[in-house]
Design a protein around this ligand. Structure first.
Ligand SMILES: [Zn+2]
Ligand SMILES: [Zn+2]
Length: 422
């Protein structure tokens, strides 16, 4: 017996039904981005590891545990190539490589494509998944934060995710973050034993990250600390309150979540997550925030920016049962195989009108062809028999109305084409 292959763990195949949902989500999303003034970019799946090590942070889960290295071809100069784990650092690499800040002080981009993380696969956590991402570079305005948040929610609304919650927090400026990190380092140093294994390591290197650890023991410890509101300076606090008022003015409901920190180092100021109860323990549909120091960190000028990413697989999970994809409109059936050339000519004519149509390629009997047409969901069957071929006409069978009539081919096509009518 030959070995039967199956897909790699943590990857998923999209069936025609899922692919059709995937297409309608991304199609609708592109239209919304156009309305909001974001321009699409398509960037490679391969990047130098440094983009993420420096950008996302070397003590983050993404870099420490989840980067997918790619083997280099023999003889090539040594550089660490990885499959991209996220889009933000990559978009910033693109922005800097092309010195886009010289062309204009403000840019808005979006991208749709696969990301890769070497995760332990579980429901909602994949090794290859797809992001819809937006990045707006060149502004520190809270109006931009508000636009991005409302844009992310609008996309989810429009693709049909009705129930979702927006959670929001502020991490403050870089110096607020650093101060709070040091404070947490001190607190956790004496309580290390109560933390999960991952957080014991984070306690010294990335203590902020402990705040949104999902492990029960860590949650318990954090709640016992009564940290209260985020520790940010007066200016950052005012900025955050102004943002929250803006959201309220836009009728956007939010939950203030003081422990929301996100697992990536580059975030500063506002961070947010959009969650759905339909998703189980991995409940984020998407997330985003401001990353005012990332561009400088990657060697560029001091430029403020913000963005978000939504997970397409998570959206599909939240949508639950999928609608059937569109069925074909017309089927060309032949009374016997000598009429196949006629059927092919008719099929070509109907397809040229943009009507989805199909014929039989498996030598089925006429009866079996009609059954097959029904299975395909065809509304009309065009039957070509010897008599019809002689009279230069066809029999058009309306499968819904159980009615059939002899017509010229042009008349039949007109009837099939008439989508609105009966
Ligand atoms: Zn501050
Ligand atoms: Zn933990």
């Amino acid at each position: 017996m030959r070995k039967l292959y199956s897909s790699i763990r943590g990857t998923c195949d999209f069936s025609p039904l899922q692919a059709s949902s995937f297409y309608s989500i991304t199609h609708r999303t592109r239209e919304i981005f156009r309305i909001f003034g974001y321009q699409e970019i398509i960037l490679p799946l391969l990047e130098e590891a440094g983009v993420f090590i420096r950008g996302v942070g070397k003590n983050t889960d993404i870099v420490e545990k989840q980067l997918f290295g790619v083997a280099r071809r023999q003889g090539e100069a040594k550089s660490d190539v990885v499959l991209r784990p996220e889009g933000t650092a990559q978009v910033v690499r693109y922005y800097l490589q092309n010195s886009l800040y010289k062309q204009s002080s403000f840019h808005k981009f979006f991208y749709i494509g696969p990301m890769f993380r070497g995760e332990r696969p579980q429901k909602g956590r994949l090794r290859q998944f797809h992001h819809i991402g937006a990045e707006a570079i060149g502004s520190d305005s809270i109006y931009l934060d508000a636009e991005l948040i409302s844009l992310a929610l609008h996309i989810l609304d429009e693709v049909g995710v009705a129930k979702k919650e927006l959670r929001i927090n502020t991490l403050g400026c870089s110096s607020d973050k650093e101060k709070f990190s040091k404070e947490l380092q001190k607190i956790f140093a004496s309580k290390k034993g109560k933390l999960c294994q991952d957080c014991q390591k984070r306690a010294a290197l990335n203590p902020l990250r402990i705040l949104d650890c999902k492990q029960a023991q860590c949650r318990k410890l954090i709640e016992s600390l009564h940290l209260g509101e985020a520790r940010v300076c007066a200016q950052c606090k005012r900025q955050f309150h102004d943002l929250l008022s803006l959201l309220s003015a836009l009728n956007i409901q939010y939950i203030y979540e003081p422990y929301l920190v996100r697992g990536l180092d580059y975030y500063t100021h506002s961070v947010f997550e959009i969650t759905s109860k339909e998703l189980g323990s991995q409940d984020a549909l998407g997330a985003g925030g401001r990353y005012n120091s990332l561009i400088k960190e990657l060697g560029g000028p001091d430029v403020a920016a913000a963005g978000f990413a939504l997970g397409i697989e998570r959206i599909l999970l939240a949508l639950g049962e999928l609608k059937h994809p569109e069925t074909i409109r017309a089927f060309i059936a032949v009374a016997d195989s000598t009429l196949m050339p006629d059927a092919l000519a008719i099929l070509q004519k109907i397809r040229a009108k943009g009507i989805s149509s199909e014929m039989d390629y498996c030598d089925r009997s006429l009866k079996a062809q009609l059954r097959y047409a029904q299975k395909l969901g065809a509304r009309f069957v065009v039957i070509v028999g010897q008599e019809e071929a002689k009279d230069n006409c066809v029999t058009l069978k309306d499968m819904e109305e159980s009615f059939q009539e002899k017509l010229s081919l042009d008349q039949a096509i007109a009837k099939i084409h008439n989508r609105g009518g009966n």
